[in-house]
Design a protein around this ligand. Structure first.
Ligand SMILES: [Zn+2]
Length: 512
């Protein structure tokens, strides 16, 4: 049994209770976006037939931990990373990575293995997969890539580790540990590792009771397997299959330049000239596809990350001015310059620059949402709401756009409208935890206390904390002004969680 994302039927506008304490207490902003199409699912689907020929795993596969257990471990780790503020919460960047990764993941399992991609707040050049299909990419790695196929190459390699169940094999040694303990230990190892590292590496370190993580890697065979499988995904998803080899050799160059800071990716995924040559040879064997053209979002998201991850007091305007005077004047660098202006407090200047860019590129959603944000920051509230309303007409249910629009509506004291818009999104796409939290906040501001508690319950479900979820549902059910529809919905959800917990307990009992 799995607890799936639950759709709601309609906004219940009747209730007009105010809950200031709820807003200041439970619903806090900051941490918490899960970039995931699978966020509120309490367990993955079974492994289906694969779209690409994968090496036979042989008889070891059936002694691995279950996919449901893997998923639970992964979700707990992600929850811990998020609590440690290691996950970069940005709806635009998250959506970009999730879209890119999903295209590759779709080649692997015909959609039955869910993948969750997120950006890690770390400048070290690294990417890692944790159990359950959760794949983190440090922003430092994204900035180092030269094109989208290189970035896709890294994701494809990590997806390769997931689908070949290399990580599950590492976990297997620890299968007698309780899952929460394992997740806590692994989370601690991940967070503690300076500059990150393959999560599986941390896990193997635990299994062997050693802190000498550098000595422990995926085996050479597993690395080759992840390369081989990853390149086939790259090609099948119409990326340049040379992307992986190109990035490896770019990292090799990086290593040559900075001898004292060997990228972690190199430590965990040792790159040799033989490996690069093999990746090139393999790419050359694949049928020629039309060459991949990077979408504008690739380089725009890179500039976005550059600005978002710069020190709070850093002013990147001189950086972009220098680029421009050196003849580097692209849409992405102009977008970066506008975000740098916004960050430095020149919101009006940013809005002006973004308006110019948008008139030449009316199809680029990132420009619409940045303009709306800049206008809000510049105190041009009416213009901002117009910008968002127009943009959402062009891209209905675009997730980052809806989130930004809802944030603006909330600031403009139009919580009811924000609530309705988020509810519509909630009903049509599996939300990230951050979205669920924002939905709770808008419900609360709109005076719908019961729904606010209900969404907080969904938020806890999405991060795997079912006990807190049932507490929130108890609070929701204690609300005196619920409609009959709300009461039924909350009761059904609470029963669903209790049933799931019972089932889990029975399974655990049966195992040991
Ligand atoms: Zn690897």
């Amino acid at each position: 049994m799995t607890l799936r994302h639950r759709r709601l039927c309609a906004v219940t506008a009747a209730c007009s209770f105010a809950v200031a304490s709820f807003v200041t207490g439970a619903v806090a902003f900051g941490q918490g976006a899960q970039p995931n199409a699978n966020a509120v699912t309490l367990g993955p689907s079974p492994l289906g037939p694969s779209a690409v020929n994968l090496p036979d795993m042989g008889s070891t596969a059936n002694v691995l931990i279950s996919r449901a257990d893997e998923y639970q471990i992964g979700r707990m780790i992600l929850h811990n990373l998020r609590n440690e503020n290691q996950v970069l919460e940005d709806p635009e960047a998250t959506e970009y990575m999730q879209n890119l990764g999903s295209r590759l993941g779709a080649q692997a399992q015909e959609g039955t293995q869910q993948f969750t991609f997120f950006v890690v707040r770390d400048k070290a050049v690294n990417a890692f997969a944790v159990p359950g299909g959760f794949i983190g990419t440090n922003y430092g790695l994204i900035l180092l890539t030269n094109n989208e196929s290189e970035l896709a190459g890294v994701l494809a390699h990590e997806i390769g580790h997931v689908v070949q169940r290399h990580i599950a094999r590492a976990v297997q040694a620890q299968s007698r540990q309780s899952l929460p303990l394992m997740a806590a230990l692994l989370g601690a190892v991940l967070i503690g590792m300076a500059g990150g590292g393959d999560a599986a590496m941390g896990m193997i370190a635990m299994a062997q009771g050693t802190a000498m993580q550098q000595q422990i890697n995926f085996t050479r065979m597993e690395e080759a397997e992840a390369d081989r499988v990853g390149i086939s995904f790259l090609s099948a998803a119409s990326f340049d299959p040379n992307g992986m080899a190109a990035f490896f050799s770019a990292m090799g160059r990086e290593e040559g330049v900075q001898l004292y800071t060997i990228p972690d990716m190199l430590k965990n995924h040792p790159v040799t000239t033989a490996r690069i040559a093999e990746a090139r040879a393999r790419a050359a064997q694949l049928p020629a596809k039309t060459s991949h053209v990077d979408p504008p979002s690739y380089s725009m998201i890179r500039e976005r990350l550059r600005v978002l991850t710069s020190e709070p007091e850093a002013d990147l305007r001189p950086y972009y001015a220098r680029l421009r005077s050196n003849g580097v004047d692209t849409l992405a660098t102009r977008y970066g310059a506008a975000l740098a202006s916004l960050k430095a407090g020149d919101a009006a200047g940013a809005a002006q620059a973004l308006r110019v860019m948008l008139s030449a590129n009316p199809d680029i959603t990132l420009l619409h949402s940045a303009l709306g944000e800049a206008q809000m920051a510049a105190g041009q509230q009416d213009e901002a709401l117009k910008t968002f309303a127009h943009a959402i007409e062009l891209s209905p249910r675009n997730v980052p756009l809806t989130v930004r629009y809802a944030e603006a509506l909330l600031k403009a004291n139009r919580a009811q409208q924000a609530h309705q818009m988020l509810l519509d999104l909630f009903n049509n796409a599996v939300p990230t935890p951050e979205q669920i939290r924002l939905t709770a906040l808008t419900a609360s501001s709109a005076g719908d206390t019961g729904d606010a508690y209900y969404y907080m319950a969904e938020y806890h479900i999405s991060s795997g904390d079912l006990m807190l979820a049932t507490q929130q549902l108890d609070l929701a059910l204690a609300e005196p002004r619920l409609t009959e529809i709300q009461r039924k919905r909350f009761l059904a959800r609470r029963e669903e969680i209790r049933g799931y917990l019972r089932e889990q307990r029975e399974q655990r009992g049966g195992k040991s």
